[in-house]
Design a protein around this ligand. Structure first.
Ligand code: SF4
Length: 152
């Protein structure tokens, strides 16, 4: 497997335009923790860098608000269809699994630090179940990132 690009926390990243809470669907907590710079399109990756590196990683006290529909990460995604997703059923399963694992409901608000603390309770191998059918799972970066987070 070729080496995956790594999101450099030092690099200059444009802050996301909304300076309020970062809107997240439940499964994007683990996706943000595992983000290494590889996305669905250049626009998707630039936005992911702005949200994840520019806001969440830059300040763990960043407020996040959970939603059951398209969020701050989905905005420029080529698979987004309005507030929905072209991969609707798969995404609904991911959200359901992650919401249960992290004890999150749409409408919940918390700091990014709290969301990370909840993710820390999971074991990397839990992703085999809660992330089943995600195309990125096989690359291993999300499990590696969770492993590192649990060691902090
Ligand atoms: S495997 Fe997929 S759904 Fe799971 S954390 Fe990684 S990118 Fe997100």
């Amino acid at each position: 497997m070729s080496r995956l690009p790594t999101a450099d926390p030092q690099k200059q990243v444009k802050a996301a335009p909304n300076s309020g809470a970062v809107l997240l669907r439940p499964h994007h907590v683990l996706c943000a923790i595992g983000w290494t710079g590889r996305g669905y399109s250049p626009a998707f990756s630039a936005n992911m860098d702005a949200v994840v590196v520019g806001r969440l990683r830059a300040d763990p006290e960043t407020p996040v608000e959970f939603t059951g529909t398209a969020d701050s990460v989905c905005a420029p995604c080529p698979h987004r269809r309005g507030l929905g997703c072209a991969s609707g059923e798969k995404i609904a399963d991911l959200d359901r699994n992650h919401a249960q694992a992290l004890d999150i409901q749409p409408g919940d608000k918390m700091s990014w630090a709290e969301a990370q603390a909840r993710a820390k309770r999971l074991r990397p191998d839990d992703l085999d179940r809660i992330c089943a059918r995600c195309q990125w799972l096989e690359y291993g970066m999300c499990k590696d990132a969770l492993r590192r987070l649990r060691q902090e």
